[in-house]
Design a protein around this ligand. Structure first.
Ligand SMILES: Cc1cc2nc3c(=O)[nH]c(=O)nc-3n(C[C@H](O)[C@H](O)[C@H](O)COP(=O)(O)OP(=O)(O)OC[C@H]3O[C@@H](n4cnc5c(N)ncnc54)[C@H](O)[C@@H]3O)c2cc1C
Length: 471
């Protein structure tokens, strides 16, 4: 058996792990089922408009330290353009356009001064935000209140004295953007690190970054080239259908077809197991000393024997993972709708507007509208969603009333992320598994962060470090 590391999946997690392993001198063989890399963070050419379209607008943040390191290693950090300091605009029917801007002061003064100066909050709301800031700054993050893991974002915010209006108009918008879930469902334990890292750490960490090219151009080819330049391979249309498991140590390797009959006793899941490699849909078997699964949780369940998922094992928590969808409405107009790069929308179904023409500097009058945590809208047909989005856009942006819609593309990502419910937050598995030679990465694994690019890259780095440590 070769000492190369097999990686299943070429999204941020798999590519970051591959780059870290290649950098450390290990030979990497990355298997991707699609004819392209990028997974849930990718871009493609849209022939009717000639535009580069992302599968959904992605925001980077200054506090994405692992991601920034990854992009720097592969030489593409300059493809993400960061604001000089955090600036967010909001639009709503009552107040029109308002903004929150952090001045260049050290933490926590950047937050205090920014909130006090902002016209997005009433005086009482400003005091509530500062109160929450003080509670976070003085709280001992290593020693949270005993019931913290049982709190939703909404109940935590209420406990910290945040009014219903402020929760709806500000914290809720941040929660759904960062956690892709409604604050009444999302776990406070995953929102707390987002606030701590993104708002209360340093002005540089609070900045928002946007890819100035298509998302795929930011990392996929450069990461693959990095792996290939260090003796590794990146292979497309390699659909892994199962992991080859056997009893560890000593027992003869199971025939791959035995995986299906595992529940009939071919594998005793209660004895120590080892992973010897993978099987592909065309029947090919690839052996390796270390296998890293960097596929989403919903796909991993298909690679593991049923009996392993059903037994009260390390993998049982996978059953608690539910998907949360994101809908992106890409609209091309004959004239500009706004000159802002992005705007948070309050009191509407659409939560964020991204001015793609401006972000890409393409001269197009192209905007992307986002509905995250879109459980209630994912079944709506695209025409309904377009009607709803256009009506809301025209209400909030007067220029949109004069603009003629020329093209549209609605993208529904049904499995955008796992839903960060209280149950799912505690069920996330670690990078090392009880199966010898099998490691896990992906935004959904136990990174302490919600399912984001940063979580994916961090998970890839953690898994790579565990593999290197195991030798
Ligand atoms: C619309 C949308 C908007 C988002 N916005 C943001 C944002 O603003 N900021 C942010 O930080 N995050 C955002 N995210 C989340 C971010 O995209 C993900 O957290 C990240 O891309 C996950 O990377 P990953 O490598 O863990 O998984 P994936 O990207 O899903 O990669 C897994 C890879 O494994 C491959 N694969 C699966 N099964 C197999 C198999 N059997 N054999 C071989 N290969 C297989 C897949 O094809 C895929 O390429 C957004 C996600 C979506 C969908």
């Amino acid at each position: 058996m070769s000492d190369e590391v097999l990686i299943i999946g070429g999204g941020f997690a798999g590519l970051a792990a591959g780059v870290a392993l290649a950098k450390a001198g290990r030979r990497v063989r990355l298997l991707e089922q699609k004819p392209y890399l990028g997974g849930r963070a990718r871009s493609f050419y849209h022939a009717p408009t000639g535009s580069v379209v992302d599968n959904g607008q992605h925001i980077f943040m200054g506090c994405y330290h692992s991601t920034l390191e990854f992009l720097e290693t592969i030489g593409t950090l300059d493809r993400v353009r960061f604001q000089p300091r955090l600036t967010v605009h909001f639009a709503d029917r009552e107040s029109g356009l308002t903004s929150l801007e952090f001045p260049s002061l050290s933490a926590p003064w950047h937050l205090i001064a920014g909130v006090l100066k902002s016209n997005s909050f009433t005086l009482s709301e400003k005091l509530q935000v500062l109160r929450l800031g003080r509670a976070l700054c003085t709280a001992d993050s290593g020693n949270p209140p005993r019931d913290f893991e049982r709190l939703t974002v909404d109940s935590w915010m209420a406990r910290l004295g945040q009014s219903e209006r402020l929760r709806r108009n500000f914290w809720g918008l941040l929660c759904i953007a960062a956690l892709n879930e409604d604050p009444s469902i999302a776990a406070a334990s995953l929102f707390e690190p987002v606030l701590r890292l993104a708002l209360f750490q340093s002005p540089a960490d609070s900045r928002i970054g946007l890819a100035s090219s298509g998302l795929s151009e930011c990392y996929t080819e450069a990461a693959a080239a990095y792996i290939r330049s260090r003796q590794g391979t990146v292979e497309f249309e390699r659909n892994v259908t199962g992991l080859i498991l056997s009893a560890a140590p000593g027992n003869p390797r199971l025939d791959p077809s035995a995986l299906d009959s595992a529940e009939n006793g071919a594998i005793d899941v209660h004895q120590p197991l080892a992973c010897r490699g993978v099987q592909l849909s065309d029947g090919t078997v690839i052996e390796a000393a270390a296998v890293l699964s960097a596929v989403p949780c919903f796909q991993l369940t298909r690679l593991l024997p049923e009996s392993l998922l059903r037994s009260a094992s390390f993998f049982a928590g996978l059953a608690l993972m539910r998907p949360t969808p994101i809908i992106s409405l890409n609209l091309w107009f004959n004239r500009e709708v706004t000159d802002l790069e992005f705007v948070g929308l309050r009191g509407t179904t659409i939560q964020w507007l991204f001015n793609r023409g401006k972000i890409l500097n393409s001269g197009e009058h192209y905007v992307s509208l986002v509905i995250s945590g879109a459980h209630n809208y994912i079944q709506h047909d695209k025409e309904d969603l377009l009607r709803l989005a256009l009506a809301e856009l025209r209400e909030l942006f007067p220029a949109a009333r004069e603009a003629k819609l020329e093209h549209s593309l609605v993208i529904k990502e049904r499995f955008a992320t796992f839903s960060p419910s209280i149950e799912a937050a505690v069920a996330r598995p670690s990078a090392s598994t009880p199966i010898r030679g099998l490691y896990l990465a992906g935004d959904w694994t136990r990174t302490g962060l919600p399912a984001t690019i940063e979580s994916a890259v961090k998970s890839g780095y953690t898994a790579a470090a565990e593999i290197l440590q195991a030798g």
